[in-house]
Design a protein around this ligand. Structure first.
Ligand SMILES: NC(=O)c1ccc[n+]([C@@H]2O[C@H](COP(=O)([O-])OP(=O)(O)OC[C@H]3O[C@@H](n4cnc5c(N)ncnc54)[C@H](O)[C@@H]3O)[C@@H](O)[C@H]2O)c1
Length: 439
């Protein structure tokens, strides 16, 4: 029987999830109580490099069991199934087609680690089929996809957790709390950098390899001849048929830290201006590989978003332990620089200080994958929710638009539209192939 406390906790959390609200500061007492005994049933969609890594992580979560694997590469889903058998002793169901997996009502949640162009179509299909979703970064192939995912999560009340697992790194959480508690004063500017992409990639046609359902792999993207690089993760990271490049694919991680360190009600970015390089526009890997973009937020905060080789001389001037990705917050009282590879600050002692009793704390869990399963179980919002994913991914999309136009792009984050140049609003969506139109 439900107690009064349980009911009010569920109502509170349900309302937050349904509203798509990111609970930046949430009282700890509302989480993790009164667990039902049934294990969370997980399906794993996309069993390549990252999907296999995620599978290994979820296999060690004691409150979940992996009951299905799915990949249009037969060998990959078979390998994933072997891992499940070895770790949990049972045979998962193997699927080529995710729609069949999603039709299984016993599956509570899915872990999506497909190429980028599939993230939102798969995510939408999953939440509409009643599943909670863990979705790899970056979010969508277009700004419109991102809004559709946000709206679908709000409408269905499904849990969303983004593939930005550094939110479970203690030192990063610590750094964010220092920023949010004013150790550097009001944030004035933020530097964000990430590894550059690269060009190259063969377009030479090869026969579709045995065991691959190529039509399902390409899915909503335009059908193109199979080449050896197109069906690797390099193809899905650096080819514009499937991704917008590392400006989103890698940029997602340090941008996520920037959004984490912003007040949740802060107005989003409003202007973008910058340059970038497309080293091989006629090869397979035709995405923007390097970028240097100046961004302004409505509250006056300036962001400098760069690929690593542009950032390196700038960051090395103040930060000795250089990392290829990072986020530095500057205020009148100093700076705090956070990377999954290490942290630094103008005053390193801050990292050891005890925060005051009334300090703000972020919604945090030190086990990212277990946390997702607990959220599914408890109907609790995740520490990396959909609205944060939409905000950080928008920065990548709008930065790329600014690079391509060469002028200033003005964004209205509240209306979720481009104020100028108006013509760019037509580029907020993407062309979708035939039957995938509804996705
Ligand atoms: N969070 C991180 O740190 C991190 C690290 C690496 C990759 N990633 C992300 O993970 C995703 C996958 O990257 P990867 O390196 O594993 O690529 P990958 O090519 O190794 O794996 C992707 C897999 O998805 C499968 N796939 C394609 N279409 C599918 C469909 N319709 N249904 C199910 N599976 C489908 C492919 O066959 C492939 O096996 C990318 O979006 C990437 O950005 C995240």
């Amino acid at each position: 029987m439900k107690t009064k406390l349980q009911i009010s906790r569920r109502n509170f959390l349900g309302a937050m999830i349904a509203a798509g609200v990111a609970p930046q500061f949430v009282p700890a007492r509302v989480f993790g109580q009164n667990a039902p005994s049934k294990k969370i049933q997980l399906g794993h969609i996309g069993n390549g490099g990252q999907g296999t890594g995620l599978l290994r992580n979820f296999l060690s979560v004691d409150i979940a069991t992996s009951v299905a694997v799915c990949d249009p590469f037969r060998q990959r889903r078979e390998n994933a199934a072997k891992l499940v058998k070895a770790a949990q002793g049972h045979d998962p169901v193997l699927y080529n087609d995710f729609r069949e997996l999603l039709a299984d009502k016993s599956i509570d949640a899915v872990v999506i680690a497909s190429p980028d162009h599939w993230h939102v179509p798969l995510g939408l299909a999953a939440v509409r089929a009643g599943k909670d979703v863990y979705i790899e970064k970056p979010l969508g192939k277009s700004l419109n996809q991102n809004r559709a995912m946000l709206e679908a999560c709000k409408k269905t009340g499904k849990i969303f957790q983004y593939g930005t697992m550094q939110r479970s790194q203690e030192m990063l959480k610590r750094g964010i709390e220092l920023v949010l508690n004013g150790y550097i004063g009001e944030v004035q500017r933020i530097e964000v950098w990430a590894p550059a992409g690269h060009g190259g990639g063969s377009l030479d046609e090869i026969p579709v390899p045995d065991g691959l359902d190529y039509d399902l792999y390409i899915g909503p993207a335009l059908m193109k001849a199979c080449s050896k690089d197109r069906i690797t993760n390099q193809g899905s990271y650096h080819c514009s048929d499937y991704a917008i490049g590392f400006i989103a694919g890698w940029g997602a991680h340090p941008l996520d830290i920037a959004i984490w360190g912003s007040n949740s009600d802060q107005a989003g970015p409003v202007t973008f201006k910058g340059t970038g390089n497309f080293p091989t526009p006629n090869a397979l890997f035709d995405c923007c590989a390097t970028w240097d973009v100046d961004i302004k937020f409505a509250d006056g905060v300036a962001m400098h978003f760069m690929s690593h080789e542009i950032a390196e001389p700038i960051v090395k001037k103040y930060r000795q332990n250089w990392c290829g990705d990072g986020t530095t917050f500057y205020g009148p009282k100093g700076w705090i620089s956070l990377s999954r590879g290490g942290v630094a600050a103008s005053n390193e002692a801050w990292f050891k200080e005890t925060l005051p009793a009334d300090a703000k704390h972020v919604h945090y869990h030190n086990r990212y994958y277990k946390h997702f399963c607990e959220c599914v179980r408890d109907r609790a919002p995740s520490i990396s929710p959909i609205d944060h994913a939409v905000r950080s991914d928008a920065i990548s999309h709008l930065s790329l638009m600014a690079i391509k136009t060469g002028g200033e792009v003005v964004w209205d984050p509240k209306e979720y539209k481009i104020k100028s140049p108006d013509a760019l609003n037509a580029q907020m969506g993407i062309q979708v192939r035939g039957a995938w139109q509804q996705a």
